[in-house]
Design a protein around this ligand. Structure first.
Ligand code: CA
Length: 242
């Protein structure tokens, strides 16, 4: 690794904050600590931050508000929320707001470090330059934004549709939230109704990638309830990609 990944820990409970910070430093990360919402937000928004660990119950500004503001200013910054046991509503709400993952308190240092490493592995990884995707009888050329069916029929994708598809294919090992798509494909934060734009584009992609002969129409994009979307298993990338 060229430089240490930088992690911000926002947690008001001193014992937990220190425990987390020590475990991360011991693992080799560069760690900044914040004990309340406003300081946490300021730290989380600063340049060069690779990941934010965010407690939800915080003094002055709670974790949800910090997350909402962070998603507006830094839509792609990875966030893991730290939630209390039994707080399922909080976890769902946090994920819907675009958190990448959550850890339930009390957690062990090992569990936390494993979650941090998993999130960093996928967020620090540059996007593969996928240009060709296979789907049943279709070959989708993402750089030309063209669908070619085996019988010679053709279809086109808009730039945004191709970008959404490319993002889903690049992250086909997991579900992607609408907020993440907005942040990474459109480059904007989560402002209420705008997630409908994602649904609209997904609907159009599904329609365009439906086999025109009606023969076999594998599920192109799977809806993951209360989370977002995932590339269907039928979408594959040929191993030999230019
Ligand atoms: Ca707290």
């Amino acid at each position: 690794m060229p430089s240490k990944a930088r992690i911000v820990v926002v947690e008001d409970e001193p014992a937990i904050r220190r425990g987390v910070a020590d475990a991360l430093r011991f693992t080799g990360y560069d760690v900044a600590e914040a004990a309340d919402g406003p300081t946490g937000l300021q730290e989380a928004q600063s340049g060069g931050v690779d990941l934010v660990l965010l407690d939800l119950m915080l003094p002055r500004i709670d974790g949800f508000q910090v997350l909402a503001e962070l998603r507006r200013t830094c839509p792609t910054r990875p966030v893991i929320i730290l939630t209390a046991k039994g707080g399922e509503d909080d976890r769902v709400r946090g994920l819907k707001m675009g958190a990448d993952d959550y850890v339930v308190k009390p957690f062990s240092a090992r569990e936390l470090v494993a979650r941090v490493e998993a999130v960093l592995r996928r967020t620090l990884k540059p996007l593969d330059d996928v240009n060709l995707v296979h789907l049943g009888r279709a070959r989708i050329d993402l750089s030309r934004r063209e669908i070619r069916w085996s019988d010679g029929e053709r279809g086109d994708l808009s730039e945004t549709e191709a970008a959404v598809l490319k993002y889903l294919v690049n992250h086909r090992d997991r579900a992607v939230t609408r907020e993440e798509l907005l942040g990474r494909v459109w480059g904007i934060g989560t402002a209420g109704l705008e997630t409908r734009a994602v649904d609209m584009h997904v609907a159009r992609l599904r329609a365009k990638l439906k086999d025109p002969t009606g023969r076999d129409s594998p599920e192109v994009i799977v809806t993951v309830r209360s989370h977002g979307y995932m590339a269907g298993p039928a979408l594959t990338v040929p191993t030999k990609v230019k």
